[in-house]
Design a protein around this ligand. Structure first.
Ligand code: NAD
Ligand code: UFG
Length: 332
């Protein structure tokens, strides 16, 4: 049985679907600070399987103890946390408090119950401004905002935890840019307010809910001058978690894995592909660079392929189609 913190969120919900499809039993804890509890029913509908949902905060140790007492948890996938880069610059304490404290509480209770297998959601943001591309897991680490620093600090906490107790088995997954949605259109990404990220913004422009997309910079050292990222279909990302769970079940240690496709696409590539596969127009204008953005970020996926056997199967066309399908079906 797998405990999924933040399981009603964007990546968590897709991972719960993959876990259930692969025969795992699932327990979710989520405080619904950035998600909706109808997601639980939607996961059940997609998979035709049952799961348990606990409403509450991961920093509530009494609730965690109750969950571990009422369920035989074999491993934890820890998604819960805040993730908005811009907000983290304005409200750093909110980010350090939620992301770090909840992780510490979770690890303490896991230790109490001798549950020592954890998969953690880290981010490619821990590579800061990468020196080499594609980015390997042993690239130097640094961050440019408090959100990224929480990820780096949690990676350090987990490393220290493993050093203190070699029975732990920890997989740190560094996600590149997840986009897209489950084919059913029942779950997907629905950020509050005006989106910060590229794909949710494109979707709203395509649906005439926002007027025009600002492309942040066309003078980067990239093939067409716009920023290049490693976009990965969220269902592929979710599949990566199954591989990571299989890995932590087999051995002890702490391992770090990139989850991406290994291929970089520019902002203009994304716009063009989205327009083509969905037969819609995405109005855009080139504006200044967004402060803090880097030119290019894409993964070296050799290690996750060799050690986890992880390989993506979905294309950029799938990502664009599925993101739009979710938006249309849910009137986003
Ligand atoms: P999300 O906001 O959709 O999901 C996070 C979930 O955690 C939400 O349902 C929220 O309600 C819940 N939550 C937050 N704090 C909590 C707490 N203290 N107790 C209980 N529940 C809590 O985000 P997501 O995109 O699904 O991201 C999941 C994880 O992956 C996050 O840790 C995020 O930092 C990381 N990540 C995301 C991306 C991305 O681009 N989406 C990239 C790299 C890493
Ligand atoms: N972009 C635009 N216009 C927009 C939004 C984005 O041109 O309105 C561009 C950006 O400049 C960048 C690319 O689209 O070149 C992707 O931007 P996103 O905001 O979608 O994603 P980022 O790569 O900036 O950051 C994301 C997450 C971070 C995470 C990082 C690495 O937001 O939390 O991926 O995983 F750390």
């Amino acid at each position: 049985m797998i405990l999924v913190t933040g399981g009603t969120g964007y990546i968590g919900s897709h991972t719960c679907v993959e876990l259930l499809k692969n025969g795992y039993e699932v327990v979710i804890i989520d405080n619904l600070s950035n998600s909706n509890n109808d997601v639980v029913d939607r996961i059940k509908k997609i998979t035709n399987k049952d799961l348990k949902f606990y409403f509450g905060d991961v920093s509530d140790k009494e609730l965690l103890r109750r969950i571990f007492t009422e369920n035989k948890i074999d491993a934890v996938i820890h998604f819960a946390g805040y993730k908005a880069v811009g907000e983290s610059v304005k409200l750093p304490l909110k980010y350090y408090d939620n992301n770090l404290y909840s992780t510490i509480c979770l690890c303490e209770v896991m230790k109490e119950f001798s549950c020592k297998k954890i998969v953690f959601s880290s981010s490619a943001t821990v590579y800061g401004i990468p020196k080499t591309l594609p980015i390997k897991e042993d690239e130097a680490l640094s961050t440019t905002n408090p959100y990224g620093t929480t990820k780096l600090m949690i990676e350090q906490i987990l490393k220290d935890l493993y050093v203190s107790d070699n029975e732990f088995s920890i997989a740190v997954l560094r996600y590149f840019n997840p986009i897209g949605a489950d084919k059913s259109g029942l779950i997907g990404e629905n950020p509050n307010g005006i989106p910060n990220n590229l794909m949710p913004y494109i979707v709203k422009v395509a649906l005439n809910k926002l007027e025009i997309l600002s492309v942040f910079g066309s003078d980067y050292d990239t093939p067409d001058g716009t920023g290049v990222r490693d976009y990965i279909h969220v269902v592929d990302l979710a599949r990566g978690h199954i591989k990571a769970i299989e890995h932590v079940m087999k051995q002890t240690g702490i391992d770090y894995y990139n989850l991406g496709t290994g291929v970089g696409y520019s902002v203009l590539d994304i716009i063009k592909t989205f327009e083509k596969v969905n037969n819609v127009k995405v109005n855009y204008k080139i504006v200044d660079r967004r402060p803090g953005d880097i030119a290019s970020s894409y993964a070296d996926v050799t290690k996750s392929y060799k050690e986890l056997g992880f390989k993506t199967i979905y294309t950029l066309e799938d990502m664009c189609k599925d993101a739009y399908n979710f938006a249309i079906k849910n009137d986003i």
